[in-house]
Every structure is written in structure tokens, then in C-alpha cells.
Design a protein around this ligand. Sequence first.
Ligand code: COA
Length: 175
Amino acid sequence: MSAPQLRSLRPVRPAVPEDETALGELDRATWSTLHAVQPRPQPPYGPFFDDRHPPGEFLVAEAVTGAGPVRAAGYLRLGRPTPLACNSHVRQIQGLAVADWARRHGVARALLRASYAEARRQGAGRLTLRVLGHNDAARALYASEGFAVEGVLPGEFLLGGRYVDDVLMGRSLTA
Ligand SMILES: CC(C)(COP(=O)(O)OP(=O)(O)OC[C@H]1O[C@@H](n2cnc3c(N)ncnc32)[C@H](O)[C@@H]1OP(=O)(O)O)[C@@H](O)C(=O)NCCC(=O)NCCS
């Protein structure tokens, strides 16, 4: 089957339980040691949503495709770095993936911008994330959205036989 052709993007929306299948498939299709620190998913696959990853923490970008139907093009998970009250002004991007066929059409940028609005709505003033040092595409994306490198954990992960840095980035939501 040929890859869908992206025609236009729908406004980013909150995820709902019915997104389970599409987001699970998207997550597995985009798995790579470029961004994932978990092993490649193997069947039988676990649920995409569970108690620790509820739909309410996810934003979804959908695209109208040449093949006709509207399809999930990407998702972003917005969570709290810790449950501490003294850390409650911070939100963290804890997952971001865009389907191969939808890349370089502004899907990730739209998801990020929707996450700023959602984080602000929740009262946050700061947004952080972690990105692997060798993930050039994601690092370029975050830099272009105003995230600064705030720390580096050298050789934090052994992935595909190579030690990879964990890069900590953040940006203010108040400026
Ligand atoms: C990184 C990723 C999310 C980007 O998604 P995308 O929808 O293609 O990104 P966008 O189209 O919104 O791109 C926005 C900007 O990011 C940068 N960018 C995105 N992909 C890039 C690439 N392959 N190379 C260099 N810069 C890139 C560019 O600055 C781009 O702006 P431009 O298109 O005007 O030049 C996507 O490649 C992906 O899902 N990768 C695998 C999962 C992943 O790495 N997630 C991040 C985990 S921290």
C-alpha cells in the first residue's frame, strides 16, 4: 500500500480513548533508536493508553489525506515532570511522534504550539523536554521553537551499541 499524501492539517485536538488504535500503530511505526529508549515493541502489544498514560495527557494532529480519510498524523504527550507541588508550574513534553508520511509539513510545530496553549491553560510557566543527542531533526525543531539546551547527560543511554547523550531543553511560557 502506498503512503498517504498529506493534503491539509486539522486543528490539533485533545486525544480521546477512541484514538487508541491509531496512536498505537503510529507509535510502533515510528519507533527508532533515534528517539526511543524503550526496546522495539513486540506483539502482543500493550495498550497505548493506560492509567499512567491517559488520553487527557495527549494532543493529536490529524491530516486530510489524498487517500480520503482523515488520519492521525502525530501526537504529543504533555505531562508533569514530578507530582511535587513545588514543581507544579512546569510541564514536560514526554512524547512526540509524527508519521513518516506526514513529516516536514509542520505537524510537530503545530503540536508544540498547541502544547504551549494547553500548558498555559493548566497554569504552567515553563516547559521542558529531553531529547537524544543524535536526534538532529528533533533538536532542530525544538531550537526553532525557542527551546534552549539547559543540560547534557553524557552517554546516558546505550542504544544500538553506542552511548548517546540525553539533552535537557526548556523554554519559558511567559515571555
Ligand atoms: C522530529 C519530528 C517530530 C519532526 O516532525 P515534523 O512534523 O516533520 O516537523 P515539522 O514539519 O513541524 O518541522 C518543524 C521544523 O523542525 C525542523 N526539522 C524537522 N524535521 C527536520 C529534519 N529532518 N532535519 C532538520 N530539521 C528538521 C525544521 O526546523 C522544521 O522547520 P522547516 O520545515 O520550516 O525547516 C519527526 O521527525 C519525528 O516524529 N521523528 C521521530 C520521533 C522523534 O524524534 N520525536 C522527538 C522525541 S524528543
